[in-house]
Design a binder for this molecule. Structure first.
Ligand SMILES: Nc1ncnc2c1ncn2[C@@H]1O[C@H](COP(=O)(O)OP(=O)(O)O)[C@@H](O)[C@H]1O
Ligand SMILES: [Mg+2]
Length: 370
């Protein structure tokens, strides 16, 4: 019997649960400044005052959501009259879904799934806050998924001006934008009331990734499962994307690869083959949130690699039967969510001709669409 072989009832994972994506780490460093900033903005709520609104921005996997969860956890200990709600806009991507999430947090039951308007639920939520003298702190996480059809502007506007319609209502908004490029511009009417404290989340530096991933490895695996060499390789991969979520997924998949080989240690090859999948994790998860028509459109764009909106519309219409307005909205949504880029061609003076290109490798998009 080879004692280097893992037995069927043995495992290299000391605690695999710390590699799940919704795991909230006990130890959270390198984000002290951001945590402080958010705490200061929310602190007025503990004294019955309206909190300062915040805008958190930075690339995916830089600790934005975790920061909010940590701060909420800390503040909940000191504040009976504040209700903290985090809405994942990737999951709840309509106005109704957002307010339904808040409603559920307050009333502990879901509102009826149909036949109730946003306004109606909003009214119930605000009346509840006023009557019970509660302050609402609502985090709209990954608000970029609400950008289409003016949803983000509508939700923000309603929340930010709630006190005008419901005197005494106290609402603080934390908007989280996952983005690397130019930030979305809210509608001017939103900007006139949204003067947030801005908190930036830069990519983690190499040594920060090393520290964070090192800790996670120590918790997740038994000693000596991950050699220094393998650890460096993992940190190197994560440093390329800058996305810690990719890193944590990579640890999990590498570990599973090693177990599949009945090995007591993770090899470089285990990491390499895991990386192929982890790299696409982010893209795949966000593509899942698109509607079937949007996916059709994205697929066409990936297959064409580069095309003018005119040609693209023809193909899209043939396949879906949908009209130009819907098409136009969807192209804008894919652009806003940074799946594709759209640039005016400069050719022709007729105005609206744009060149549409995928921002990812077309093969990667097609693989995630499968
Ligand atoms: N400073 C940190 N220390 C430990 N784990 C972290 C840290 N920052 C992020 N993580 C982990 O990385 C993953 C992604 O973080 P998350 O807060 O979801 O990023 P974002 O919301 O910016 O996309 C989470 O699983 C989280 O536990
Ligand atoms: Mg997040």
């Amino acid at each position: 019997m080879d004692k280097d072989m893992l037995m069927w009832d043995e495992t290299i994972f000391r605690d695999g649960s710390v590699l799940e994506l919704d795991h909230l780490p006990d130890h959270f460093s390198h984000r002290e400044t951001q945590m402080q900033s958010l705490m200061y903005s929310l602190r007025p709520a503990l004294r019955g005052m309206r909190p300062i609104n915040s805008l958190l921005s930075g690339p995916p996997g830089t600790g934005k959501t975790t920061t909010v969860m940590k701060v909420f956890g800390e503040m909940k200990k000191h504040s009976e009259n504040v209700v903290f709600v985090k809405v994942n806009c990737q999951m709840d991507s309509t106005k109704f879904a957002v307010i339904a999430r808040v409603y559920k947090a307050l009333f502990k039951v879901s509102p009826p799934a149909s036949g109730v308007a946003f306004r109606k639920l909003f009214e119930k939520v605000m009346n509840f806050l006023v009557e019970n003298e509660k302050t609402l702190v609502v985090c709209l996480d990954d608000i970029n998924y609400l950008y289409h059809e003016g949803n983000a502007d509508d939700v923000m506007y309603s929340m930010l001006r709630a006190h005008e319609q419901f005197p005494g209502a106290k609402v603080g908004v934390i908007a989280i934008v996952s983005d690397t490029g130019k930030l979305y511009q809210f509608d001017p009417k939103v900007n006139s009331v949204f003067l947030p404290e801005e908190v930036a989340f830069p990519r983690y530096a190499y040594d920060e990734l090393q520290d964070i991933l090192g800790r996670r490895i120590d918790l997740a695996f038994f000693p000596n499962v991950v050699s220094d060499e393998v650890k460096d390789a993992i940190v190197g991969y994560v440093d390329m994307t800058g996305d810690l979520r990719v890193g944590i997924d990579l640890l999990k998949r590498s570990g599973l690869n090693a177990e599949r080989r009945a090995s007591r240690t993770i090899s470089i090859e285990d990491v390499e083959s895991a990386y192929e999948n982890s790299r696409l994790l982010h893209l795949g998860r966000s593509i899942m949130s698109l509607t079937p028509d949007e996916r059709t459109l994205l697929e066409l764009i990936a297959k064409q690699r580069e095309c003018q909106t005119g040609e693209l519309y023809k193909l899209f219409h043939e396949q879906t039967g949908l009209g130009y307005t819907r098409f136009y909205d969807m192209v804008n949504k894919l652009n806003d969510a940074r799946y594709v880029s759209t640039d005016f061609s400069g050719k022709g003076t007729r105005g609206r001709t744009r060149i549409v290109k995928p921002r990812y490798q077309p093969e990667d998009i097609l693989k995630c669409l499968e």
